[in-house]
Design a protein around this ligand. Structure first.
Ligand SMILES: N[C@@H](CCC(=O)N[C@@H](CS)C(=O)NCC(=O)O)C(=O)O
Length: 258
């Protein structure tokens, strides 16, 4: 399945397989492409047939993907080339990170530091999602509101502070990164992933974040600003291509942010 070295003469073609319109978990993958100026196709946002192709590709893959996001990678070759489908957000990031220069070079341990931090940021993303879907992911928020209120209280009072304090500590301990990077002194996919989670949590819980922001000056000011100002990211933001948060993983329900 893995292409042999030397047989392929050009870089692979990347196609992101995700839901249309929303940033969702697809955005973690978009960000690593955008941050590095790597060309990719966002399949479901390419016209009406896009999402059909997403469903068909992830279903027909072997093994099939359980849910988007997935990444379709085409390797060119004289014999027509080959393609593979990789699923699960952190798995896609782990695949792309070294290829796109978003992990420290020549340091295998650092790769696992980066991945551990990205996984922790994604844990926070999953918990933010579970606030509006605490009981059943396949039912509407409106069908689980009392439980969502309880979950929101615990998330805002305990989990956000615990995650934020952890990342504040990571940034402070990484003296090389000067509060701007989680690992080393260059951008990694842990940074882009955490940044997106912070943006999402700020969208979903603006009152909460406003109240506690002074407690995390490195995380919520220096780090957040620095990642937003990375060349590829700032160009992406000003391009208008970045999808706004709406009713995806991160949602703003005022009653859950009192
Ligand atoms: N752990 C997976 C979660 C994937 C996931 O929950 N995808 C959502 C969209 S963000 C979905 O379409 N889920 C459908 C389902 O779980 O039935 C990942 O990180 O990629």
């Amino acid at each position: 399945m893995t292409p042999r070295q030397g047989k392929y003469h050009t870089g692979p073609k990347y196609e992101l397989l995700y839901h249309p319109e929303i940033p969702g978990r697809g955005e973690y993958v978009r960000l690593v492409f955008e941050a590095t100026g790597t060309p990719y196709i966002d399949v479901s946002n390419q016209g009406k047939a896009g999402y059909k192709k997403v469903e068909q590709t992830i279903t027909e893959a072997n093994p099939p993907a359980f849910a988007p996001p997935a990444l379709l990678i085409h390797y060119e070759g004289h014999d027509g080339g080959s393609s593979v489908v990789i699923s699960q957000t952190p798995n896609i990031l782990l695949y792309l990170g070294p290829k796109l220069g978003l992990v420290p070079e020549g340091d295998e341990t650092a790769l696992y530091y980066v991945n551990g931090l990205a996984l922790t940021a994604l844990d926070m993303c999953n918990e933010a999602h579970d606030v509006h879907h605490p009981i059943d992911v396949e039912k509407y928020y409106e069908e689980q509101k009392p439980e969502a209120m309880k979950k929101s209280y615990a998330f805002r009072k305990k989990r956000i502070p615990k995650f934020f304090a952890y990342f504040e500590t990571v940034l402070t301990k990484n003296t090389e990164g000067d509060g701007k990077y989680l690992v080393g002194n260059r951008l990694t996919y842990a940074d882009t992933t955490l940044w997106q989670v912070l943006e999402g949590i700020d969208f979903a819980f603006p009152n909460t974040i406003r109240k506690i922001s002074k407690n995390y000056p490195v995380l919520l000011s220096k780090f957040r600003e620095n990642i937003k100002d990375q060349k590829g990211i700032s160009e992406y933001i000003s391009s208008g291509r970045r999808r706004p948060f709406s009713i995806g993983v991160f949602r703003h329900y005022p009653e859950l942010d009192v």
